[in-house]
Write a protein that binds this ligand. Structure first.
Ligand code: GAL
Length: 366
């Protein structure tokens, strides 16, 4: 019997070896991932930047107890103290060096936007070739997520430290490109009309740079019911005032955008907090829409709940046109600092729909 186990072990080992040739860059979704110091990578709700041959992974630094803050008599949703934005660097996408905090939170001043009691989520960094600045956008919020703002920071170097510029609700004083008079009619439930002057609510978000260098922010707005696509100013530091409403009333969040063969693609989720829900995807010929829904891209065991995950970013693999990696967080809502990362390749089926298939282990393209 013992021999049988040994023989089976050897065969399994050989099969794995055969599947992953020496030097292959192997990804094991949902397993503990350590940096070059042996520490667990702490970069949740993250985003990637590829700059001069190096990938930078930015994310929420989550450390400490998961708790349920009660603010103004309302429960705020479970979370950890905001630790700031972490940054890791890599040339191969599997070996990650900790670059420290690109934007620390502010432990001293409880009234500061970046106070540890507040929310710093879904950071994304883009590089502006004109100004030569690295620009970070993220979801900035109050402890009970009522502020719903976007924060912006800037740096001369990719790993920072970034200089915090401030936060705002985007597009104050601007009308959406596709809003009808009816859409703008004030009523107690019309959040778009209510916020026209002061700026639109913005929670889950991402930023995307198009081929012509124009950048866009996508944010969950109108109390997470409708998403906005908002063009940024040439320096990427603020909204340009040109924006459209998409997925109207569909409650999309966790947007991740990429472009392939001239079309814009989005992977996202529904709004169930840290709990997983069925993934969503969509395609558009113009970034301002219309966006056509393509359904849940996930395939295989656990696909109906996005493998227990929520989307955060889609990375185009450098030098490999048509290769994309979909990046997800597997949130552990009972202990958020233990949340894991799930990366899977994106494929396109014959009808142009997106497919993200579950794999326990896969190899990055050479
Ligand atoms: C999710 C969102 C996360 C975080 C969480 C808080 O809906 O995608 O980024 O904000 O809610 O409950």
């Amino acid at each position: 019997m013992k021999n049988l186990f040994v023989a089976t072990g050897i065969v399994c080992g050989l099969v794995l070896l055969a599947a992953a040739p020496a030097g292959a860059r192997v990804v094991e979704p949902g397993t503990i991932w350590r940096d070059t110091n042996g520490q667990i990578i702490n970069a949740h709700g993250g985003g990637m930047l590829f700059h001069e041959g190096i990938y930078y992974w930015y994310g929420e630094f989550k450390e400490g107890l998961t708790y349920l803050p009660k603010v103004n008599k309302a429960w705020g949703g479970t979370r950890v103290i905001a630790g700031g934005v972490s940054c890791y660097s890599s040339t191969d996408l599997v070996t990650w060096k900790n670059e420290g905090l690109a934007l620390p939170s502010n432990a001293q001043d409880p009234d500061h936007d970046l106070a540890a009691e507040n929310v710093i989520e879904r950071p994304k960094v883009i590089y502006n070739v004109r100004t030569k600045k690295f620009v970070m956008w993220f979801h900035q919020d109050s402890p009970n997520y009522a502020a719903a703002r976007s924060g912006v920071a800037v740096s001369d170097t990719p790993a920072g430290p970034f200089k915090y510029l401030g936060s705002f609700r985007p597009n104050a004083g601007a009308r959406p490109l596709n809003a009808t008079e009816e859409d703008l009619k004030p009523s107690p439930r019309n959040l778009l009309a209510r916020d026209l002057e002061g700026g639109q609510m913005a929670r889950d978000m991402t930023v995307f740079v198009d081929d012509d260098g124009t950048a866009y922010q996508f944010y969950a707005s109108e109390s997470n019911q409708t998403m906005h696509v908002s063009q940024l100013s040439d320096d990427y530091l603020r909204p340009a005032g040109k924006y459209a409403r998409i997925h109207i009333g569909k409650a999309w969040e966790a947007p991740a955008i990429f472009k392939h063969n001239g079309k814009y693609y989005m992977i996202g989720s529904g709004t169930t907090g840290w709990d997983p829900n069925p993934g969503r995807s969509a395609v558009a010929d113009s970034i301002f829409g219309p966006w056509r829904e393509l359904g849940n891209p996930c395939q295989g065991p656990g696909a109906e709940l996005t493998f227990g995950c929520q989307s955060n970013y889609v990375l185009p693999v450098a030098g490999r046109p048509g290769r994309f990696i979909a990046m997800f967080d597997r949130w552990n809502k009972w202990n958020l600092q233990d949340s894991l990362y799930v990366w899977l390749p994106v494929e396109f089926d014959a009808e142009g729909k997106l497919l993200v298939s579950w794999q326990y282990r896969w190899t990055l393209p050479e």
